[in-house]
Design a protein around this ligand. Structure first.
Ligand SMILES: [Cu+2]
Length: 141
């Protein structure tokens, strides 16, 4: 009985390790929002440290109703946002989520984003792995 449990735990641990995405996330931050704003944005730098491509497919946070990966694109001379279903990072490559480019779009903010607030996100990758990150709200310059 005890042996079975030990083997079960070892298998579980190994399975988790096998699916862990080796990614470095740094400089996580959010832009402060004006009172009454419904949406927000979060940014960070993501470096792929594994031999396979990494695909970020979504995120969740308790600070907003929904989160999507977005990018800004020029269309008909207008800067527009569109959803990115899978943000790919090649092996050894770095992708920067920043204003005017890729970002995490937060829909339905629970409260305004105030300078100094620490906001936690869970990032979801296409292989089922997740990673928790925390960012600080910075002022609109
Ligand atoms: Cu957006």
């Amino acid at each position: 009985m005890r042996f079975t449990i030990a083997v079960g735990l070892a298998t579980l641990l190994f399975a988790n390790l096998a699916h862990a995405v080796d990614v470095d996330i740094s400089n996580v931050w959010l832009r402060e929002t004006i009172p009454g704003a419904e949406n927000g944005a979060a940014y960070f730098t993501m470096t792929n440290q594994q031999a396979e491509v990494i695909r970020l497919v979504g995120a969740t946070t308790s600070a907003a109703r929904a989160v999507e990966v977005h990018e800004h694109v020029m269309r008909d001379g207008m800067l527009r946002m569109r959803r990115v279903l899978a943000l790919e990072v090649a092996p050894d490559a770095t992708v920067e989520l920043k204003p005017g480019s890729y970002h995490l779009m937060m829909f339905g903010l629970v409260a305004p984003l105030v300078v100094g607030d620490q906001i936690e996100f869970t990032l979801n990758f296409d292989n089922g792995d997740t990673k928790t990150i925390i960012g600080e709200v910075r002022p609109i310059q």
